[in-house]
Design a protein around this ligand. Sequence first.
Ligand SMILES: C[S@@+](CC[C@H](N)C(=O)[O-])C[C@H]1O[C@@H](n2cnc3c(N)ncnc32)[C@H](O)[C@@H]1O
Length: 290
Amino acid sequence: MTFYQGQSLADAVREATAVLTDAGVPTPRVDAELLAEHLLGVGLGRLRAMLLGDAPAPDGYGELVQERAGRVPLQHITGVAYFRYLELRVGPGVFIPRPETESVVQLVIDRVKGMPNPKVVDLGTGSGAIAGSIAHEVPGAEVHAVEYSTFAHAWAAKNLEPLGVTLVQGDLRDALPEHNGTFDVVVSNPPYIPAEAIPTEPEVALHDPPEALYGGGADGMELPTAAAASAVRLLKPGGYFVMEHAEVQAGWIAGMLQRTGRWNDVTTHFDLNGKERATSAVLASAAPDE
Ligand SMILES: C[S@@+](CC[C@H](N)C(=O)[O-])C[C@H]1O[C@@H](n2cnc3c(N)ncnc32)[C@H](O)[C@@H]1O
C-alpha cells in the first residue's frame, strides 16, 4: 500500500496519527513519528525539524503504519527496543523489555556498588535487557544469563555477546549447577501472569511469547517460586536476590520468601509509577536446621 506516496511528511504523519488513534494504539503521534524516523534514519530531533518543512513522506511509510494499526508492536517493526543505555535487537519470539524493569536493574546496580568483581546471574533473560545493562553499567562485573526458549536465546545471543555476558540455554529451575553458591546477585523478571489473566493489549496477548508471560499454575507463581528456590541454590550466603512481579503479587511473594526461613531483609520495591513491582531479599548464612 502506498497511500502516503507524494504526500508531505507532515501530512503523512498527521494522517498516520489519525489511523493509529482509530486503531486504539496508546501513543499514536509518537509511534507515527518513530515509524517515519525508522525509515529516514535521521533521529527524532531532525525528523521533528523536517516536519516543519515540506519534506516528502518516505517510501514504505503506509505499509508500516498499517502494520502498527494491526497492533504489531512498534519494536517488532523497527527491530529495536531501548532499555536504559542499550539499544537491543528484538523481534517475534522474544519479550519486549518494559520500562519498569529498568528500576529492577537499578536495584542490582545499587547493591553491587563498591564490589570489585560482582558475579551476577539473570534468570529468564529474554532479550538480555537486565544482564546486558548490568554488564554495560558495572565495570568488572561477571554476568551470566539463562534463557529457556530457543527463539529468545537467539535474540539474547545477538545482544549479549558484544557485552561479554555468558549466556546459556537452559531451565532456570536447574541451570548453572556448577556455579552453585557462588553468585553475589540473582536477578529475575520471570513469567508471572496467572493462567486466566490474558492481557488485553493485542501487542502483548498476540505478540509477546506465551512462555514469557504465564508463570504457571492458576496464580502464575510456579516460575517465580522456582526462581526463588534457584536463588537459594546459586547465591553465596549474604547474596542478594531481586525479582520483578505484578503489583498484586507483592504480598504473596514476600510471604513465600519469609516462609522458607532462608531469607533476611525481605523488601518490596516501588517502580517509577509508585507500584510495588519488585521484591528483594538477602540469603541467610545457613538454613535454620543446618
Ligand atoms: C517476562 S520475560 C522477561 C525477559 C527479560 N528478562 C526482561 O526483563 O525483559 C521472562 C523470560 O523468561 C523465559 N523463561 C520462561 N520459562 C523459563 C524457564 N523455565 N527457564 C528459563 N527461562 C524461562 C521466557 O522465555 C522469557 O524470555
